[in-house]
Design a protein. Structure first.
Lengths: 335, 304
């Protein structure tokens, strides 16, 4: 059963340069226990749609034009601010990219952890303290008892991010949403955090939405990958078919532009031409069409619907073209 | 690579912070940001410099360019010692050595037209003027893949990738021989990173540039660099030809860095591995590099 179902979400920003079409008629669902990896670049709508459904979108300039977000039988979009505050940090845990600005610098880490627990649980006194120590211990912070009385500046970047994850996990959320949570961290710390999230999934069955630009992180952590561009889903499906048999030219380009493992075989990397779209002046059809060497007239004129593709159920693409056929034809031509 | 003469030779470079008195404390503890750093870069070569944040990568880049004065050690550019030079005597060498920063947004002056921004070093050094200057700026725009018609625009009109191209155009304006690139693709969108990496390679082919490429993305380093140096707590702990580092890493810290790279293939799982304990394994001052294979050096110190 779907734990989260987003229906026809459209978000816009009113700016001096015009209306920015950040999220366009976005619909998808996340099953209980599933890990969804969302990949996209600036302007893809990957972060904005999460802020919108959590009631964290600054309005104005942001504006939720339409949409529903059903979480556990309740429409988050129709909830009062107060009710939504109960869900956030409680049933839905969040971890954002920048731990320095997400933590309050003048409060101890213990105090900030306590705030979440007192708001969302009945734990008090000794049990509350024990839970706080336990949480820091789970995320691998040494000497948790002593660390509770320290301030954020006394933690390294990696340790601060662990604190953020501890806060995100504090109330055993049913859904954990992480937005570029390991991007600013060193690769060794990132590896530890990914191991930790995998363990939390195993131990608690937590449903996870992990937003990142790193295809390696998605391959490692996610069951399902969703590739977003121009405020829409370009491709989505179980990780194996999407990585091994991509059907969107954008997914294909992203995977292809990564350096090969092993000895260098080519002097230049494959590069996707052009720049991310300006969503104040969105392309008329498929948002990736202006950068897509395979684009047809129809791609430039008409937005393609998300449709089932290939042999694996749940593998979907929004494209008018047939990528495997085009790649095969291209290969034949060069031979 | 190793046969051509070095464009840059760095020997025993040191830089520490603290030590002085402050208003509230008698004396701050001395922190050795970099300690006994030595390496060479050949003409037209790319040396990768990797390590965690705080390992001293950026300080090394800045000290090499004299943006920070090293406490001790030697930096030679084509045989000329730079650490003993100052002011005017240093100026001709500054032309030859340039820097590209991580954040293409803050590096640009928002009130300056990008054409003028690219022309500025040539005006300061008096290399070009008048219509020759205009022609040179247009040529630089074309070299980095920008339309020269964009010269009269302001930075806010450009995307992140285009801004980094503008920074690169300025860095190569004085025809340098050597560029320090400090995390130049980290802040860019994924679809743009390959474009900038290709531009680095194209410019190297056309202009014979040597790079010190500071990065934490090891897969890009593997692709771009002919040799790699790994830094830990201000020391280089391993330096070797790139394929040697990736196929036969000897220092446990290098091994843990490589093991931590997420693999973009769902069928291959990164093996779980206890992280290298940095705090218990700070290299002692007296540790020396040992050559374990031709051109492959590892810092020799006990590991807990």
């Amino acid at each position: 059963m779907a734990l989260l179902e987003i229906k026809n979400l459209t978000v816009q920003f009113d700016t001096p340069g015009g209306v920015v079409h950040a999220v366009n008629d976005l619909s998808y669902s996340v099953e209980a226990g599933e890990t969804l990896g969302i990949v996209g670049e600036s302007g893809s709508g990957k972060s904005v749609h999460i802020l919108a459904l959590l009631g964290l979108l600054p309005t104005p300039p942001g504006r939720i034009v339409s949409g529903e977000a059903w979480f556990d039988g309740q429409n988050l979009m129709a909830m009062s601010d107060r009710a939504l505050r109960e869900v956030r940090g409680g049933q839905i845990g969040m971890v954002f990219q920048d731990p320095m600005s997400s933590l309050n610098p003048v409060l101890t880490v213990g105090r900030q952890l306590k705030e979440v627990l007192v708001r969302h649980t009945d734990l008090r006194g000794r049990a509350l303290k024990d839970r706080m120590v336990e949480l820091l211990d789970i995320v691998g912070i040494p000497h948790p008892e002593a660390r509770l009385s320290q301030y954020p500046h006394e933690f390294s970047g990696g340790m601060r991010q662990r604190v953020m994850i501890a806060i995100g996990m504090a109330c055993n959320p049913r859904l954990l949403i992480a937005d570029e949570a390991t991007t600013a961290l060193d690769v060794t710390v990132q590896a530890q955090i990914l191991d930790l999230v995998r363990k939390l999934k195993e131990d608690f069955g937590t449903t996870v939405i992990w937003i990142t630009h790193d295809m390696g992180v998605v391959a490692e952590l996610a069951d399902t990958i969703q590739v977003m561009y121009g405020g829409r889903i370009m491709e989505r499906g179980p990780v194996r078919p999407v990585f091994h048999d991509p059907r969107s030219a954008y997914t294909w380009g992203l995977l292809n532009s990564l350096p090969d493992e092993g000895a260098r075989t080519q002097r230049r990397l494959y590069q996707i031409p052009g720049s991310p779209p300006n969503m104040a002046k969105p392309p008329a059809g498929d948002p990736f069409a202006p950068r897509n060497p395979f684009a047809t007239e129809r791609c430039r004129a008409e937005v393609p619907p998300l449709r089932e593709v290939g042999d694996v159920p749940g593998h979907k693409v929004a494209a008018w073209y047939d990528l495997p056929a085009l790649l095969a034809a291209q290969k034949e031509e060069t031979q | 690579m190793t046969t051509s003469p070095p464009v840059l030779e760095v020997n025993g470079l040191m830089r520490s912070y603290g030590g002085g008195k402050t208003l509230f404390r008698k004396e701050k503890p001395v922190i050795h940001a970099i300690n006994d750093v030595s390496f060479q870069i050949a003409e037209g070569e790319t040396l990768g410099l990797v390590g965690e944040s705080g390992s001293g990568k950026s300080t090394t880049g800045r000290a090499v360019l004299h943006l920070e004065t090293p406490d001790a050690g030697s930096v030679r550019f084509r045989g000329q010692e730079l650490t003993t030079l100052a002011g005017k005597a240093l100026k001709p060498y500054r032309r030859e050595m340039q820097m590209i920063f991580q954040d293409p947004y803050s590096a640009l002056n928002p009130r300056m037209k990008v054409g003028r921004f690219v022309a500025e070093p040539m005006v300061v050094h008096g290399t070009e003027s008048g219509s020759a200057l205009q022609d040179r700026v247009a040529e630089l725009f074309r070299l980095v893949g920008l339309d020269p018609a964009f010269m009269s625009r302001y930075p806010h009109e450009f995307s992140g990738g285009q801004r980094q191209r503008i920074n690169i155009a300025r860095a190569i304006a004085l025809k340098p021989a050597f560029i320090v690139a400090d995390e130049p693709i980290t802040a860019l969108d994924v679809s743009i990173q390959a474009q900038i990496v290709n531009l680095f390679q194209d410019l190297q082919d056309q202009l014979g540039l040597a790079y010190l490429f500071i990065a934490h993305d090891l897969s890009m380093v593997r692709y771009l660099c002919s040799r790699v140096a790994v830094m830990l707590r201000g020391r280089i702990v391993e330096i070797a030809p790139t394929e040697q580092i990736f196929s036969d890493p000897r220092h446990p810290y290098t091994q843990s860095l490589l093991a931590a790279i997420p693999v973009p293939d769902p069928d291959r799982r990164r093996p779980p591995r206890p992280p290298f304990d940095v705090s218990r394994n700070i290299p002692p001052r007296e540790a020396q590099m040992a050559e374990v294979a031709p051109g492959h050096f590892v810092l020799d110190h006990p590991i807990q």
